[in-house]
Design a protein around this ligand. Structure first.
Ligand code: GLC
Length: 457
């Protein structure tokens, strides 16, 4: 079986969040069983010299305008990846926007989606696996071909919603502007194309697949998703356990494994050399995240005074344009047990996973979440809100992988109680060992995707 895996971001080429990690790890896991290659945009900030230019030229026609795209590919990566170099799509400094989303993202990702469908035909693939709204229109453009499509929702909060006249500029007939199609409250919605026109729709955890059928988590699409629920399922994400392996990770200071857990603290001591914290014995709580409402920062703001009165150290490593930034910076300036580190830093994030005692994940909603999986792999105990993929991956007993501290209500009281439970833990080491022995790799889930690919008639 030949598959083309499409994503707007793939680690290490471009990353804004967990999507990039999954778009790297899942095709790699699948490549053991099938012939799979990937496709993503070639953004303006990427170095073309590291890639090889192919002789493929794609004539992308949208609404009467031609956007000719060059196609690059990786030199020697484990998964062959194609990069689309096209006007508008490839001229930007960032992936999706600077302080605001780029106004022409409809055309940019329209170009990308059209490129996916053209390349899929050119490469004679049997199936295209599309991820999130940036690729969703491909399902629409492939609907009359014999190529099968799977659409995965990584986060329903981002749907690609644009004004009605986008359809004209994309060359999509206005007859599709209706409720059971691309229309959404007077605008057009790219995500709906992925849901309606794909053969199968998946999301990144079984629990989130159920949640999105309800008004609380459905982001306005609960009715539409319920209509299509026979083709909807949830498959839990995994992580690349080679990249995230405390035993061999060269981004951390001191390697360790389950048999040498006592060495973990050396990472914390190294980390503290550049921070205001002194005592490595004080429990360290880390939060590694995008600074967006989804991740539970309102709850943190409400609770942070109480939190910082406790005998603990707290570090945030966060990024993204956000109103929360200044507030947290001011709090950090005034407290001696809170460090606020801003900016995307892959290396530092690994050191934090290796240094922490606990990872905070009080998300309001969480399609899957990868940080809790990475944390457990590094023997850092997650403290999570019991929703989405967090509910599927973090448990409170030693029966199911993995184990952590779970709170059910997103209230200050429940959150602080969870922190207290963490501080009073007696069997911290047992939990760490249990979690480090769990298998969070993509291999089980890759098998489920494979089964899904194969069952499409
Ligand atoms: C998005 C979701 C996150 C998920 C990731 C990868 O970033 O918010 O929960 O783990 O995509 O699927």
């Amino acid at each position: 079986m030949k598959v083309l895996f499409a994503s707007s971001e793939i680690f290490p080429y471009a990353k804004s969040g967990g999507l990039a990690d999954v778009a790297a790890a899942l095709p790699l896991a699948l490549s053991k069983d099938i012939d799979i290659c990937s496709i993503m945009p070639l953004y303006g900030f990427m170095d073309k010299k590291k890639l090889t230019k192919t002789d493929i030229i794609l004539e992308i026609n949208l609404g009467g305008i031609n956007y000719t795209a060059d196609v690059y590919k990786t030199k020697d990566a484990k998964v062959l990846t194609y990069f689309i170099d096209a006007p508008l799509l490839s001229t930007t400094k960032n992936l999706y926007g600077d302080s605001e989303a780029y106004a022409n993202n409809d055309i940019r990702f329209g170009i990308f989606s059209k490129a996916i469908s053209l390349l899929a035909k050119l490469l004679h693939v049997e199936l295209v696996h599309l991820n999130d709204w940036h690729c969703a229109l491909s399902a629409f453009w492939l609907k009359d071909s014999n190529i099968k499509t799977v659409f995965t929702i990584h986060n329903l909060a981002y749907q690609g919603i644009f004004k009605r006249d986008s359809l004209d500029r994309l060359g999509i007939n206005q007859s599709h502007f209706e409720m059971q199609d691309l229309e959404f409250y007077g605008k057009c919605n790219f995500m709906k194309a992925g849901i309606k026109y794909s053969d199968r729709v998946t999301t990144v955890s079984p629990n989130y697949a159920k949640e999105i059928l309800t008004p609380k988590f459905g982001c306005g699409l609960e009715g539409f998703l319920s209509f299509h629920k026979n083709k909807l399922s949830g498959i839990i994400n995994g992580i690349d356990t080679e990249v995230f392996n405390p035993k061999s990770d060269d981004l951390i200071f001191q390697n360790y494994d389950v048999n040498s857990l006592n060495l973990k603290i050396k990472n914390k001591k190294e980390l503290y050399k550049n921070l205001k914290f002194k005592n490595a014995k004080t429990p360290l709580f880390v939060m590694i995240s995008r600074l967006v409402e989804q991740k539970g920062f309102d709850l943190i703001l409400e609770s942070i005074d109480d939190l910082l009165k406790k005998e603990l150290n707290l570090i945030f490593l966060v990024d993204g344009v956000s109103n929360y930034k200044k507030t947290f910076e001011d709090i950090a300036k005034k407290s001696d047990n809170f460090e606020f580190l801003f900016g995307y830093d892959e290396k530092l994030s690994h050191l934090l996973y290796a240094s922490g005692n606990f990872l905070l994940m009080p998300s309001k909603f969480e399609p899957c979440g990868l940080n809790q999986l990475i944390a457990m792999r590094y023997g850092t105990i997650p403290i999570v809100h019991n929703i989405g993929g967090l509910k599927d991956t973090v448990h409170t007993d030693l029966k199911k992988c993995g184990q952590g501290i779970v709170f059910t209500k997103q209230t200050k009281k429940a959150f602080i109680l969870a922190i207290n439970r963490a501080l009073k833990l007696k069997n911290e080491k047992n939990i760490q060992i249990f979690d480090m022995n769990c298998d969070f790799s993509f291999s089980n889930s890759a098998k489920k995707y494979l089964k899904l690919y194969k069952e499409i008639p």
